[in-house]
Design a protein around this ligand. Structure first.
Ligand code: ZN
Length: 271
């Protein structure tokens, strides 16, 4: 994806399959109208990934996948995907984290060393407090996916290279953050712009494009479901009919798509 002078490439850590009824407030019957997002067994294909953004002399990663331990048969290929794009870990200048859930911080460190040794690590201050504060978020169910570690054990090695943001604004040339809370307290959308062109990386404000089609979706993994719903609805209303390409860390193949305005409900097209 090219946005003016900026390039954006998906960096896949692999993909997992999920039963949609385990993720959203929708019945199997309701999912029948969204079959374009399901495989032949009715499952969602969920990439675990991030995006490499080349802007001027900056080489920024937006999210870092689920890490090397989750499911060796299906995930753990983030560094190979990065190498295939011609980027070495030491060349990454910035690691921008849309939020600090385990499946986005998997490759920030090995628990002792930063895995992008020269990068500045960036996230929303509210998420740092939520995951690392005095009473850290209990991520017990995720520990197995992270090879026996908690998020709060993966993040300390990056703390002396951390820069937090606490609202909306520009953090790098052509790269702005915008708060979209609910999935986590500091959950953010990344807006990439060059000249008159724009694209957006949605983090986990949306896990599947179907969530943008109508206003009644809830994702069961959202920390505050009503707040997350309001963030998502505002985003959908802004995006519909604009032709702005958007992608998110769990979209299949990390593909971009566009949200079309519709009479009764919006429509999604990949590409
Ligand atoms: Zn996620």
């Amino acid at each position: 994806m090219k946005i003016g002078d900026i390039s954006i490439d998906g960096v896949s850590d692999g993909s997992l399959k999920a039963r949609p009824k385990h993720m959203f407030n929708k019945s199997e019957l309701e999912w029948e109208q969204h079959s374009q997002f399901l495989d032949e067994k009715g499952r969602l294909t969920m990439d675990m990934g991030g995006f490499l953004v080349r802007s001027g002399d900056r080489l920024a990663l937006v999210d870092t996948g689920i890490g090397p331990h989750a499911d060796p048969a299906r995930t753990g290929m983030f560094m190979q995907s990065l190498a295939a794009l011609g980027a070495a870990p030491g060349e990454v200048t910035d690691v921008v984290l849309t939020h600090l859930h385990f499946d986005h911080v998997g490759w920030v460190s090995d628990g002792e060393q930063r895995l992008f040794p020269n990068a500045t690590y960036r996230c929303h201050e509210a998420d740092w407090e939520f995951f690392m504060g005095a009473d850290p978020y209990d991520d017990g169910p995720a520990v197995a996916w992270l090879g026996g570690r908690r998020v709060s054990e993966l993040l300390p090695p990056v703390e002396d290279r951390l820069e937090v943001w606490d609202g909306d604004g520009t953090i790098l040339p052509g790269l702005d953050v915008r708060s979209a809370p609910g999935h986590t307290p500091g959950s953010s959308v990344i807006v990439i712009s060059s000249g008159s062109e724009r694209a957006m990386l949605l983090g986990d404000v949306v896990h599947c494009p179907a969530e943008l089609l109508s206003d009644d979706w809830e994702a069961l993994a959202d920390f505050d479901r009503e707040l997350a719903r309001r963030s998502r609805v505002a985003l959908a209303r802004e995006l519909e009919g604009t032709d702005i390409p958007v992608a998110a860390a769990h979209f299949p193949g990390l593909q971009f798509g566009r949200l079309l305005a519709g009479e009764s409900q919006r429509q999604w097209v990949f590409g």
